[in-house]
Design a protein around this ligand. Structure first.
Ligand SMILES: [Zn+2]
Length: 87
């Protein structure tokens, strides 16, 4: 998997995010529906809602717990947003 430089969320934020997510993915499908995935322990991704490259902070408000497919989809969208912001 390609390495992605990102600011990690502090442990306290990750714990709170996991409690909020309650074992579910907090992602959104391209259709706009909430992702129905349950996230296996070890398969979860802590995603920045606003990419850190675009000034997103490692806070609970900016943290979403995602499954791998949601993270991949989000990554492409993030790249486009970041490239746009840099232009
Ligand atoms: Zn998902």
């Amino acid at each position: 998997m390609a390495a992605r430089q990102r600011q990690n969320f502090p442990k306290a934020v990750r714990i709170q995010a996991l409690e909020r997510a309650d074992g579910r993915c907090e992602g959104e499908l391209p259709t706009g529906d909430p992702c129905p995935c349950a996230i296996p322990t070890g398969g979860r991704i802590f995603d920045h809602v606003i990419p850190d490259a675009n000034g997103g902070r490692p806070t609970l408000d900016n943290c979403r717990v995602l499954c791998l497919p949601c993270d991949r989809a989000k990554y492409s969208a993030d790249r486009r947003a970041i490239d746009k912001a840099r232009r």
